[in-house]
Write a protein that binds this ligand. Structure first.
Ligand code: 13P
Length: 251
């Protein structure tokens, strides 16, 4: 059985006290969610240590939103995978489309980041997905395939056990436009096949593939009911504990 996951990506939102309160609210509401659904909050770097204290000993796991592509040293402003692990992170998101679009995140850099994250005992949520032009040109399969091959094909079947894939069509992020359940299922099944081509059917069957992009309590159930959708990576709706937990109740 694949791990079901609902992860909140807070992005660059909330002050530290607001984030601590949000984490407390998520922990308080989490009991309603079936025990086989893993809940994760991915917070800004500044929030990780205090939120780690809030989620310690609860069913909620902590994630970062990014990490450096270098191990340590003179890289002003960067945060290393070792720092994240020591702050209490279990996961880090990598390759989010906002980082690819605004901060020059390349697949080559992502290979380094994934390596360092895994070497420091972190699990990775690797984001892939096409933009609107690519979707309209019918290139979405090629784009996702290339992103997965360029990054994940550098790792081993054993390492894949620590990697979650998040399919996030850029045109659905923060736009209120969700991929239909059919569109999402189609590409999730394709992504699983790309994983199977390299690592075999067994690894592909074990790999959790999350959907992200305008996921909300009203559409989560239909999305999560699809055979190859193993949960969600939630942006805007993760900023309210009630909505975030409402989405997780979609299982
Ligand atoms: P929204 O849920 O706000 O569309 O964001 C999705 C996302 O980018 C999660 O990483």
């Amino acid at each position: 059985m694949r791990q079901k996951i609902v992860a909140g990506n807070w992005k660059m939102n909330t002050t530290v006290p607001e984030g601590v309160q949000l984490a407390k609210d998520v922990v308080a509401a989490a009991a309603a969610v079936p025990a086989d659904v893993k809940l994760i909050v991915a917070t800004p770097f500044t929030h990780l240590c205090p939120v780690a204290e809030v989620v310690k000993g609860t069913r909620v796991s902590l994630s970062a939103e990014n990490c450096a592509d270098k191990e340590k040293g003179a890289y002003t402003g960067e945060v290393s995978a070792a720092m994240l692990a020591s702050a209490g992170c279990e996961y880090t998101i990598l390759g989010h489309s906002e980082r690819r679009q605004y901060y020059g995140e390349t697949d080559a850099k992502l290979v380094e980041k994934v390596k360092l994250a895994l070497a420091n005992g972190l699990k990775v949520i690797l984001c892939v997905g096409e933009n609107l032009d690519e979707r309209e040109a019918g290139k979405h399969f090629d784009v996702c395939e290339a992103q997965i091959k360029n990054v994940l094909y550098n790792f081993s079947a054993e390492e894949m056990a620590s990697i979650v894939i998040a399919y996030e069509p850029v045109w659905a992020i923060g736009t209120g436009k969700t991929a239909t359940a059919e569109q999402a299922q189609e590409i999730h099944a394709f992504i699983r096949k790309v994983v199977a081509d390299k690592f075999g059917a067994e690894v592909a069957e074990q790999t959790s593939i999350l959907y992200g992009g305008s996921c909300k309590p009203s559409n989560a159930h239909e999305l999560f009911a699809q055979k190859d959708i193993d949960g969600g990576l939630i942006g805007g709706a993760s900023l309210k504990a009630e909505d975030f937990i409402g989405i997780a109740l979609g299982y």
